[in-house]
Design a protein around this ligand. Structure first.
Ligand code: KG4
Ligand code: ZN
Length: 336
């Protein structure tokens, strides 16, 4: 079964072809960084217009690379939410129209289910069940995954998402957008110990997260010490250390509580190397009880491949959404 996947929930246009027998055939990404950079964040209206502009060409090119014609597709999957309404509508309308024209099935995919399943694109794919840490610009979730489609939320952020905290701290430090990779890069030149920020929620029971206090600590440090290059690096490192440690501690608790043997980490912040190192150390990389699974960094951030894979799983089970489709900018993962 050959499935075309389309991702347009935010500021990346992603397209991929997944073949049930042969795996991922091709995937392409068009980033809108240049469009949004002058604004220091994503401008929803501009995001939607950019998707409209690039999507048709990107679909054609991805099919070309996959060596698959439109006529050989068996189904289409598009991100139906959560995300920016106008941006979602572009991918959904294109996907639905293509499926209707060819008389094939189409499904709306949950963006976070895409992230959740993304490590399955890799050779060393995790088996069900597992626990998952989903960390992106819009979400900070710990999820227990009993099987595909059976999701129980264990913990979530009470305020900002961790990626959002990275982005806001980067702006504060004058590091530009997107913030996560910029903060991580700056942290490499930082000296440990000059600043020590509170580890959010580590001293409180439970599996929820909170990042507003950490963000404030970083802001106060900037106000007091300025933003010369060394101070920026030192603050970036202290911020990253605190963010990583709080994520790691909640993962440790989740693994203990669920007794799962596998931890899946996905979403943009999952590309963070300090986080990867720390979680491996806590898991079987340091003699621990559980194994950590990550997708490659390009499949951590938004991409079409994870949507094609998630769509293929649902289409295989016979799902075919009606023609009067809708997008869901807010869509709780545990309602699937
Ligand atoms: O999953 P994603 O591409 O988009 C959303 O669905 O939000 O995640 C983007 C988020 C941004 O906040 C970005 O700053 C963060 O992931 N990010 C990182 C890194 N790479 C991307 N955060 C920390 N370290 C990184 N290396
Ligand atoms: Zn995402």
């Amino acid at each position: 079964m050959r499935v075309l996947g389309i991702e347009t929930s935010c500021d990346d246009t992603g397209v991929a072809v997944f073949d049930g027998g042969r795996g991922l055939r091709a995937h392409m990404l068009a980033s809108q960084l240049h469009t949004h950079r002058p604004f220091g964040g994503v401008v929803p209206e501009l995001a939607a217009r950019d998707h409209v502009r690039v999507l048709p060409g990107l679909i054609e090119e991805t099919l070309d690379r996959a060596g698959v014609t439109v006529g050989e597709l068996d189904g289409v999957g598009y991100t139906a939410g959560p995300g920016l309404a106008g941006a979602l509508l572009v991918g959904a309308a294109a996907g639905r129209a293509l499926a209707m024209a060819r008389g094939i099935a189409a499904v709306g995919v949950h963006h976070m289910e895409g992230h959740l399943l993304s490590p399955m694109l890799e050779e060393e794919a995790p088996d069900f069940p597992f626990a998952a840490l989903l960390v992106s610009g819009g979400h900070t979730l710990l999820v227990d995954v009993a099987a595909a489609g059976v999701y129980r939320i264990l913990g979530r952020t009470l305020d900002d998402a961790v990626g959002e905290a990275f982005d806001k701290t980067a702006r504060l430090l004058g590091l530009g957008y997107p913030g996560g990779p910029a903060v991580a890069r700056a942290a490499e030149g930082g000296a440990r110990g000059r600043f020590v920020f509170p580890r959010p929620m580590v001293n409180r029971p439970g599996l929820d997260f909170s990042y507003s206090g950490l963000k404030t600590a970083a802001r106060l440090a900037v106000e007091k010490n300025g933003t010369d290059a060394q101070t920026v690096a030192d603050i970036a490192l202290a911020f990253q250390d605190a963010a990583v440690e709080s994520l790691a501690e909640k993962c440790r608790r989740a693994m203990e509580q669920t007794g799962r043997a596998r931890l899946v980490v996905a979403g943009g912040v999952g590309a963070n190397r300090a986080l990867r190192r720390r979680l491996r150390e806590m898991g079987d990389g340091g003699g621990g009880r559980w194994t950590v699974f990550y997708p490659r960094p390009e499949f951590c951030t938004d991409n079409g491949a994870m949507i094609a894979l998630a769509a293929w799983r649902r289409l295989r089970e016979g799902q075919n959404d009606p023609l009067d489709f809708d997008v869901r900018p807010r869509w709780p993962l545990d309602s699937l």
